[in-house]
Design a binder for this molecule. Structure first.
Ligand code: FPP
Length: 275
């Protein structure tokens, strides 16, 4: 893409994708801003289809400000809204957010309570936004372990948005990558007419919580930690990893744009040699 500014109305889009993205971004990105400079570097025909995010650093953000940890999560929920909107406008098809791991139950009761409450509030406040913007919500994780009151709300919004196609927001809740694999194996072993020789990688993927979703092209982790923390272990086989020191509550539009610009500079080889 050339250096033209996205606020110019007389640009000549090079493809239909580019046209749609410019339409979505017009008025959303400030002229002359760092975001605009980054958007102009993005090739809209080579976007990552699926972006997955480990939202880390809420507790540290709060501590730095002398606030209780739960305030970090509250601020983190605001980042969620900004990033969901940005990804939808960019044309990302799947956005997965690691919001509550199976291990997170070990945290103090008040923190666990706040996390579920924030999620419930998010659903209450955002379901209209999802519907109006053609956004689908999907949950992955051990659903039966999710507090009933939140689970009901989640199921309601999942059902309501099931046919929406602009972008799928996948919330990983009560999620663990290893238990996802074990759950898949259990389901396979429970199949009546299952023949081991018919099992291959593609077939196995159909038993995962993420069945029918593409694997993540890009994994983002905030707060500088170099771990994948039991997240999408199977699906991450060939994902590009982008780590930022920014803590999740400080993660803004410019960070996701930078991640995509950097992603597009990488050569994805999938085990093959250089082209
Ligand atoms: C990790 O930070 C973050 C979490 C365990 C929860 C993420 C939850 C949210 C962003 C809020 C609600 C989500 C939605 C989808 C509305 P941490 O607490 O481990 O941070 P630390 O490592 O600095 O302690």
């Amino acid at each position: 893409m050339d250096e033209r500014s996205i606020v110019f109305d007389n640009y000549q889009p090079s493809s239909y994708n580019e046209f749609i993205m410019f339409e979505n971004l017009k008025g959303f990105i400030k002229p002359g801003s760092i975001e605009e400079r980054l958007v102009n570097q993005i090739d809209f025909n080579r976007l990552p289809r699926h972006v997955a995010i480990i939202m880390d650093g809420n507790g540290r953000w709060a501590r730095k400000k002398g606030l209780p940890r739960v305030e970090g999560h509250r601020a983190g929920a605001k980042s969620v809204k900004e990033i969901v909107e940005t990804c939808a406008r960019l044309g990302i098809k799947v956005l997965t957010l690691y919001a509550f791991s199976k291990e997170n139950w070990k945290r103090p009761k008040r923190e666990v309570y706040t996390l579920w409450k924030l999620l419930k509030d998010y659903l209450k406040n955002e379901s209209k936004v999802l519907v109006e913007n053609n956004l689908r919500l999907k949950v992955i994780g051990q659903k039966q372990g999710i507090p009933a009151i939140v689970r009901k709300e989640l199921e309601k919004v999942e059902k309501l948005t099931t046919d929406y196609e602009r972008m799928t927001i996948v919330l990983a809740l009560n999620y663990g990558g290893r238990s996802e694999i074990v759950d898949a194996v259990k389901e396979i072993l429970g199949e009546k007419n299952f023949h081991a020789e018919s099992l291959d990688e593609e077939k196995f993927s159909e038993y995962l919580y993420t069945a029918n979703l593409p694997d993540p092209d890009l994994l983002i982790r905030t707060s500088g930690e170099l771990r994948i923390s039991n997240f999408l272990l199977w699906q991450m086989a060939y994902s590009e990893i982008w780590i930022t020191k920014a803590l999740w509550p400080d993660f803004r539009r410019k960070h996701i744009l930078q991640a995509i610009v950097d992603y597009q500079k990488r050569e994805r080889r999938f085990g093959d040699v250089h082209s």
